[in-house]
Design a protein around this ligand. Structure first.
Ligand code: HPA
Length: 246
């Protein structure tokens, strides 16, 4: 794949080895302005701002994925294939579906289950199990421990549906309940596509999410509270990026 791509007007030299990917372009800009030293804007196609700056003398990039697997699929594929990016660390939010996982806690997705057809493109005679990079997971758990941040590691669900048509569905057929029975920690909408692209491109990926919604207890963070959980996750993500460089 050649650069520039339809969605990223930049060169490989514009990106660090590790790209942090929130879903939201405004959050990418906020991270660049508040956490990185000397951030430089490297992409602005469709307002998907990408920045590269320094954190503890390491070049780190941050660019939004947009929402959902098609959008994550586009940006991660282009970053890996056209821009030579080695590690993508998604930093998102998720809705917990286990009763013991609390608001503001961090979930690290060792695996990403899905209700999407994204992997049909690979023509596998079976289903692939999308998993994170062990190296990245190890760096992230070590960073969380050093920072004293609580985290959970396990499976998450990457869903195509934020609003599902579940009115009147009998409990035995309720997908949330059934994913919960399988031990899945939380629902978000991007990681499986990221992990599949990483596998196909021979690269590394990890998703860490801060819990913004507790879907068992119907608790939801206010906009202000989301920032607190987000700040801790950012610290973990940046320390992880530094560890990956060593
Ligand atoms: N569903 C899907 N994605 C999410 C949610 C949710 O409840 N909360 C945060 N991201």
């Amino acid at each position: 794949m050649n650069y520039p791509t339809p969605h990223i007007q930049a060169t490989p030299a514009d990106f660090g080895q590790t790209v942090l990917m929130p879903g939201d372009p405004l959050r990418a800009r906020y991270i660049a302005e508040h956490f990185l030293q000397d951030p430089v804007l490297v992409n602005n196609v469709r307002g998907v701002q990408g920045y590269t700056g320094l954190y503890q003398d390491v070049r780190v990039s941050v660019m939004a994925s947009g929402m959902g697997m098609p959008s994550m699929g586009i940006y991660s594929r282009e970053l890996y294939e056209a821009f030579g990016v080695r590690n993508i660390l998604r930093i998102g939010s998720a809705g917990a579906i286990q009763p013991h996982i609390n608001l503001k806690e961090i979930v690290m997705a060792m695996g990403a289950s899905m209700d999407s057809n994204y992997q049909t493109q690979y023509h596998l005679m079976g289903t692939f199990a999308p998993i994170c990079s062990f190296e990245m997971l190890q760096a992230a758990t070590r960073s969380a421990e050093e920072l004293g941040v609580a985290y959970h590691v396990g499976n998450i669900l990457s869903s195509d549906f934020f609003y599902d048509d579940d009115a009147g569905v009998p409990e035995a057929l309720d997908p949330k309940k059934n994913w919960q029975k399988m031990g899945v920690m939380a629902i978000e909408m991007e990681s499986a596509a990221l992990y599949l692209n990483a596998a196909r491109c021979g690269k590394n990926a990890l998703c860490i999410c801060s819990v913004s919604d507790q879907l068992v207890w119907h608790e939801y963070l206010s906009a202000e509270e989301r920032q607190t959980g987000f700040g801790q996750m950012m610290q973990v993500a940046l320390e992880t990026a530094v560890k990956l460089e060593k």
